[in-house]
Design a binder for this molecule. Structure first.
Ligand SMILES: NC(=O)c1ccc[n+]([C@@H]2O[C@H](COP(=O)([O-])OP(=O)(O)OC[C@H]3O[C@@H](n4cnc5c(N)ncnc54)[C@H](OP(=O)(O)O)[C@@H]3O)[C@@H](O)[C@H]2O)c1
Length: 399
């Protein structure tokens, strides 16, 4: 198998990266790394030459807030797409040099620079990597990995929503055919609060592929896109004053919005959970929805929870522990990289995502907003995301 690895002699002798040099330092500094290129040291590791990187809220938050302890200088970055350059000699995962892939780097977990995204080369885990169809560009693909990983962590982890895995469409089957088959069973409803976000949109895609009926919140300009991802009905959260203002709801908790969402739950259906993809006040709506669904007696027992518990439970991508949770809901935070601690990552990235991309069952979401080319553009791209004007798009830099 040694022939499947690149020989160190064929690897580049430099590796440019965008560094944060000290806590809250701005802008990032682009320079060659002291250790040029790191080869995979474990059988499940791959070395990728990155051709596109995407910006995530955690990148600008870590730079602006320095709220997560790291050793400086450090590289950031959690979404990459590129070409496999080298694999470990003992690899059994099937990836080969030359494969075009997307990957979710795991450097947030290991705190090692070689596992971060904002550089020319990154060492990634095979179980967080998927090959791309030839029709998919790197800038399209790079919007997916972190969104899919986070969605998967909230959706599949038994201590969060613990929902079932999606199934691939069989040859000649359309996603509508799949829905028709599912309709013969009791309908199961999931609320995705923040359906237009990267995390929310990809949760909708996984949920729809697993046969759930998805209700979602978003701004009206994203309604069509969110429906195309698989939501059956979408609701404007801006009508909920506390949500728009990011405040704890008071009197308005019996809001028209939650009433409208509940009215869209089909007769005879059960609610399987609420997934808050945006934090902020997204979980207020989710908690209120669940509380009222529990009162209505339409909530399914949560897998892993006590039978008949009927708990007001919300899985959230971005918890705010500083404000009381409405309705005493139980709020549990998801963590994207938790999926490598079980077989969820492999099942989602290797067994489902790769073929689902090839047959078009999963689409690139959000739409890429290419900010520019080269690592020097990463800072401007992060600033654009931090400004908060990006909607239904993911800021991308090509390399
Ligand atoms: N725990 C983890 O491991 C993890 C991993 C990744 C992300 N996150 C967190 O998850 C959150 C989402 O990340 P992302 O990358 O998916 O964000 P994103 O794509 O940048 O989200 C932007 C979208 O969020 C929607 N939105 C904002 N506030 C909303 C609200 N109150 N209700 C409903 N929708 C709202 C907006 O939709 P409209 O334009 O339609 O209004 C906007 O388009 C962030 O807080 C991020 O830090 C956590």
């Amino acid at each position: 198998m040694a022939s499947s690895t690149a020989s160190p002699a064929t690897l580049p002798s430099t590796n440019k990266a965008a560094y944060i040099t000290a806590a809250k330092a701005h802008p990032l500094q682009v320079s060659n790394t002291p250790n040029p290129v790191t080869l995979p040291s474990q059988p499940n590791e791959l070395l990728i030459r990155n051709h596109a990187v995407a910006m995530n809220p955690i990148d600008w938050k870590m730079q602006a807030w320095a709220h997560i302890p790291i050793a400086y200088p450090a590289i950031l970055g959690n979404d990459i797409a590129g070409t496999v350059v080298a694999v470990h000699p003992d690899a059994t995962h099937g990836f080969r040099p030359g494969d075009r892939v997307l990957a979710c780097p795991h450097g947030f977990d290991t705190k090692k620079d070689e596992h971060k995204g904002f550089q020319e080369h990154t060492v990634v885990l095979a179980e967080l990597t998927a090959r791309l169809p030839s029709s998919m560009s790197f800038e399209e693909a790079v919007v997916l990995p972190m969104g899919i990983a986070t969605a998967a962590s909230g959706f599949f982890n038994p201590e969060l929503l613990g929902l079932r895995f999606p199934t691939l469409l069989s040859a000649g089957q359309s996603s509508t055919d799949g829905k028709k088959e599912e309709k013969q069973k009791q309908e199961e409803v999931l609320l995705v609060s923040g359906g237009a976000s990267a995390v929310g949109g990809n949760t909708i895609q996984l949920a729809a592929a697993a046969g759930y009926t998805v209700l979602a919140t978003a701004s009206p300009k994203n309604f069509d896109a969110v429906k195309k991802l698989g939501a059956t009905a979408v609701f404007d959260y801006n009508r909920y004053p506390a949500a728009a203002a990011n405040e704890t709801p008071g009197e308005e908790s019996n809001s028209e919005l939650v009433t409208d969402i509940l009215a869209a739950v089909p007769a005879g259906a059960v609610v399987v959970g609420a997934f808050d993809a945006v934090g902020k006040s997204g979980w207020h709506i989710a908690a209120e929805f669940m509380a009222r669904a529990v009162e209505a007696g339409i909530v399914a027992d949560r897998p892993g929870a006590e039978a008949g518990a009927g708990k007001v439970f919300v899985a959230t991508a971005s918890p705010d522990w500083s404000t009381p949770t409405p309705r005493n809901a139980e709020l549990k935070a998801m963590y994207s990289l938790s999926i490598i601690r079980s077989d969820i990552a492999r099942k989602v990235f290797n067994e489902f995502l790769e073929p689902a991309l090839a047959q078009g069952q999963i689409k690139a979401w959000p739409e890429p907003l290419v900010f520019g080319h080269g690592l020097e553009k990463v800072q401007g791209a992060l600033d654009l995301l931090k400004d908060g004007e990006v909607s239904g798009q993911k800021v991308v830099v090509t390399l």
